[in-house]
Design a protein around this ligand. Structure first.
Ligand SMILES: Cc1cc2nc3c(=O)[nH]c(=O)nc-3n(C[C@H](O)[C@H](O)[C@H](O)COP(=O)(O)OP(=O)(O)OC[C@H]3O[C@@H](n4cnc5c(N)ncnc54)[C@H](O)[C@@H]3O)c2cc1C
Length: 383
């Protein structure tokens, strides 16, 4: 897969560190925690947890091939978001190699840096070698449902079908959910279900990133938004119309509910600030496969027009964005050694809101020379 807008070529030398051999997952059932090396992908983490217990889980992303190194560094939402928050909310400790080559655990790096690495963006404070994660308790049986109506709607209920049907009848009667739309399954089966594996897939397939993992994109440009009041029907219709503008291709939108646990966690508990007051988050994806500048331009223009169209209806001042859907349209630095703090606020406050300054101060404490940097990393600030 290639992300069109995340890593433009740079004339500056850079170092690529391959963590592929650091992928151990050590689960400790009694303490409901695990040490996970940063080179592991989510599928390996989920597999390790499910092998140790049928009632423990980790609230992280939907796609099993995403790496925990970058994913947890930027937040990490998945199907358990409303019940247990995001992956970065569930980090207990970490091992970080800093720019001086020191290996630091939580106590050694200090609480400000430990706070920053849980959602303040990858490749900024150092290299995370491993995360100690909190495992959440789930029932042995959960209910996944897919209700195909005029569009397709997916959901996960952390409980039995019968209870879910009662809740849906009361809260979403218009959806007319029936038992036939629902399937009870274990948490690990729900991981396979939402990642789109065939019904007969076993969770061992999560260990093979070349297996039938269906969420495979070719070329993608992503954008994100946070929504504080549900989009009016006419706006949804406008989005729908724009989805038909592209003659082909699997471009799509995801609506990720917030609320629940997300509203109970403070907006400065970790750098991810999009908490109470957000009803959902939108992920926009332009997806295409044909080569060529002209095709690329058509899809980039399309997603930018869509983003412009939704402007009046989403969060403002700043318009929130999700750092794990890095969007260089929001601005970028020139990858120079020190980026100005003022310049970086343009995108930094969209990703982190009021937490941006604290992140920049943590950055100054751990990496004052800005050794770790990318187009939108947080620069050091001591002013
Ligand atoms: C198919 C697909 C599905 C996705 N689904 C979800 C989803 O359900 N929920 C969600 O929240 N996000 C999702 N994402 C977004 C995903 O969380 C981000 O792309 C994330 O940055 C991926 O991390 P990575 O380590 O795999 O990628 P990389 O490109 O390797 O890393 C991303 C950034 O983090 C840095 N980084 C990586 N490892 C480390 C480390 N060990 N220490 C310090 N910095 C590091 C990298 O330098 C880079 O800047 C999805 C992405 C894809 C491609």
């Amino acid at each position: 897969m290639s992300y069109v807008s995340t890593s433009p070529s740079s004339t500056q030398p850079f170092l690529l560190i391959d963590l592929i051999n650091l992928r151990n997952v050590a689960v400790d059932v009694p303490s409901k925690s695990a040490w996970v090396q940063a080179g592991a992908v989510l599928g390996e983490v989920y597999h390790g947890i499910a092998s140790a217990s049928g009632t423990l889980a980790f609230p992280a992303g939907i796609c099993p091939t995403v790496g925990v190194g970058g994913h947890v560094s930027g937040g990490g939402y998945g199907m358990l978001i409303r019940k247990h928050g995001i992956a970065a909310d569930n980090v207990l400790d970490a091992q970080l190699v800093d720019a001086r080559g020191r290996v630091l655990d939580r106590a050694a790096m200090g609480e400000d840096v430990f706070w920053a690495i849980r959602g303040g963006g990858g490749n900024t404070y150092g290299i995370v070698v491993s995360w100690k994660i909190n495992l959440v308790t789930v029932p042995a049986r959960l209910t996944a449902f897919t209700a195909v109506r005029t569009s397709e709607e997916n959901g996960l209920y952390v409980g039995e079908t019968e209870t879910l049907l009662g809740v849906m009848k009361q809260s979403f009667p218009g959806l007319e959910l029936t038992g036939q739309d629902c399937r009870e399954m274990s948490w690990i089966q729900s991981i396979l279900y939402f990642a789109g594996y065939p019904n007969n897939a076993t969770y061992d397939e999560l260990l093979d990133s070349r297996s039938s993992a269906p969420v495979q994109f070719d070329k993608v440009k992503a954008k994100s938004d946070y929504v504080e009041a549900p989009l009016p029907v006419k706006v949804l219709q406008g989005i729908w119309k724009r989805l038909y503008e592209l003659e082909s291709g699997p471009s799509f939108l995801q609506i990720i509910p917030h609320g629940g646990m997300m509203s109970r966690i403070s907006d400065s508990s970790i750098p991810y600030p999009h908490r109470a007051g957000n009803v959902y988050k939108i992920q926009y994806y332009a997806v295409w496969s044909r080569e060529g500048k002209e095709v690329e331009k058509r899809y980039l223009d399309w997603i930018r027009r869509l983003y412009e169209f939704t402007t009046p209806y989403v969060s403002k001042n700043p318009r929130g964005a999700y750092v794990n859907s890095r969007d260089l349209d929001l601005g970028r630095n020139n990858l120079g050694k020190i980026t100005s703090y003022r310049q970086a606020r343009i995108w930094g406050e969209k990703y982190y809101k009021h937490n941006f300054e604290r992140l920049a101060r943590a950055k100054a404490a751990i990496d004052p020379s800005n050794f770790f940097r990318n187009e939108q990393s947080v620069p050091p600030f001591t002013g």
